[in-house]
Design a protein. Structure first.
Length: 168
């Protein structure tokens, strides 16, 4: 749970995998990020140790704010493989007039109320964008795209998924 400032015209960028991203907007000039980390393992101690190594990184730059998920290195050899399952789901509130860039895989992305440009690239999950304005670029692979109520241009493309667009 973290709140960070985002200046006027600055971009929020989210780089993530293995979980969903839900973005809602508000009128203030800050970004509020809640990360829900879930880990299942053979023992409580293994789950807690692994969860403690998952890092939610935030980096500020003159262009904006980056939120990135870093998972611990895993040895994928058959002999040392541990039975661990994990995901991180984000709930983000951001300024409605700030641009948004999302790169995600293996999870859904939903954006509600954004009044600025968005560039969303998702793999293996659905993308939903509602009640926005501005130019929207949405790409998805192996998932559906739903775009509704956008006052601006949209460019939607998906591989192996459907597209529903209404009131553009």
């Amino acid at each position: 749970d973290k709140t960070l400032p985002l200046g006027a015209g600055q971009t929020l960028r989210v780089e993530h995998r293995l979980g969903s991203i839900s973005v809602r907007t508000h009128a203030s000039n800050d970004v509020h990020v809640v990360a829900n980390i879930r880990v299942a393992a053979a023992s409580q101690q293994d789950a807690e140790n692994f969860a403690g190594q998952i890092q939610i990184r935030t980096e500020t730059s003159p262009g904006g704010l980056l939120v990135r998920t870093d998972y611990p290195e895993q040895n994928n050899s058959f002999w040392s493989q541990r039975n661990i399952s994990f995901s991180v789901d984000y709930e983000i509130e951001m300024p409605q007039s700030s641009p948004l860039v999302v790169r995600n895989s293996f999870g859904s992305v939903s954006v509600f109320g954004l009044k600025a440009a968005a560039d969303i690239d998702n793999k293996q999950g659905t993308v939903t964008v509602h009640d926005g304005s501005g130019n929207q670029l949405v790409r998805d692979s192996f998932g559906a795209i739903e775009m509704a109520n956008n006052d601006g241009n949209v460019d939607l493309s998906t591989n192996n998924g459907s597209i529903q667009a209404a009131q553009i």
